[in-house]
Design a protein around this ligand. Structure first.
Ligand SMILES: [Zn+2]
Ligand SMILES: [Zn+2]
Length: 355
């Protein structure tokens, strides 16, 4: 067993928009938990909101708080009763810990745990409502840790978090071999969904976005790209598919316009996965079309049961996540990394903190 110190470095959110590198106690393990030496942890759009107090009182419930929820590391110590993991194992960490007892958890849909909004219950969302991983160490229940092979770096393991969301989106709308697919919004999730769609048998993927992201989409396998600032995306997709529309569409942009485009660009009987959030802005939808053309629309939240398969796809070279890590910063420079990500410097997709 490795020697575990009593204290560690942590990036502590002391006040809104005030992150400081401090000495903090190394988390004590409860039964069933594992202590992980953090390798790398990504900064996500949600982190920018959490740090500025957008969700104060919920994410986090109180300050000071350690953020960070997209990460991987090395197992450093095992709590009582942990099986299946060894000290030294390299792992990627999941965030959602369902209560394990409600009807949704029992169905394996722990992302929809029914006590998630009840304070003091067993549900946890690490990095949001429970301590995150911008620190030397983090403790997690063993079930949230998934082994990664030596060929997958910690920087790449960061991308597993959002990548697993893309995999869940693909499972929700059941891509079939030979399908034509549209991905609207080539951000991190969109660019992974594009690659996953190909990996599961889509023969043609059309990506809707603008600017340099479309070049990256092409590089990662998009067959066609549509710049929505130049052309109406629905008309363009219909033109590219002989007027029919695509079999499946993924909305990864989070704007009302992208939402309606996703629903309007699928064929009769088409399927739509909605991944983005509009922040409760209303979306104009022709509900008659949904009814008469039997369009299936799926909400997609988080990534239940998707980590192992996504890790296998990355390890097999089916999904390139390396290209999606924009810059790597040491923990001491976390404020600089947050600022650079806020400004999306260099078209940043993911800034990663190497711990
Ligand atoms: Zn995130
Ligand atoms: Zn539950």
């Amino acid at each position: 067993m490795t020697d575990i110190p009593k204290t560690m470095r942590a990036a502590v959110t002391r006040d809104w928009n005030d992150i400081r590198i401090e000495e903090a106690p190394v988390p004590e393990l409860e039964a069933g938990e594992v202590l992980v030496r953090v390798g790398a942890c990504g900064i996500c759009g949600t982190d920018l909101k959490i740090v500025s107090g957008v969700y104060k009182g919920t994410w986090p419930p109180a300050l000071p708080f350690i953020q960070g929820h997209e990460w991987g590391g090395t197992v450093a110590a095992l709590g009582a009763g942990v099986a299946g993991l060894q000290v030294g194992d390299r792992v990627a960490a999941e965030n959602h810990k369902g209560c394990g007892a409600c009807a949704m958890c029992r169905k394996g849909r722990y992302n929809l745990c029914e006590v998630a909004r009840t304070k003091g219950k067993a549900y946890k969302l690490y990095g949001h409502s429970a301590q995150g991983a911008f620190a030397d160490y983090a403790a997690r229940p063993a079930g949230l840790l998934h082994k990664i092979p030596d060929t997958v770096s910690f920087e790449e393991s960061v991308i597993v978090n959002q990548g697993a969301l893309g995999l869940h989106a693909i499972r929700r709308c059941r891509i079939e071999p030979g399908d034509t697919v549209a991905v609207i919004g080539p951000g991190l999730v969109g660019l992974i969904t594009l690659q996953l769609a190909k990996a599961v048998g889509a023969i043609r993927v059309i990506v809707v976005g603008r600017g340099a992201r479309l070049d990256l989409a092409r590089e990662l396998g998009a067959d066609e790209v549509v710049d929505y600032s130049v052309t109406d995306p629905v008309e363009a997709i219909r033109a590219l598919t002989g007027g029919r529309g695509v079999d499946c569409a993924f909305e990864c942009g989070g704007t009302p316009a992208a939402m309606s485009a996703a629903v309007n660009c699928v064929r009769r009987g088409g399927r739509v996965s909605l991944v983005g959030l509009t922040g409760n802005k209303p979306v104009e939808l022709n509900m008659d079309r949904l009814v008469l053309d039997e369009i299936d629309v799926f909400g997609v939240r988080s990534s239940p049961n998707a980590y192992p398969e996504l890790i296998a796809l990355i390890a097999a070279g089916k999904v390139n996540v390396r290209r999606l890590v924009s810059r790597v910063y040491p923990l001491q420079r976390i404020n600089e990394a947050f600022e650079a990500f806020r400004k999306r410097e260099g078209g940043a997709i993911r800034m990663v903190i190497r711990v």
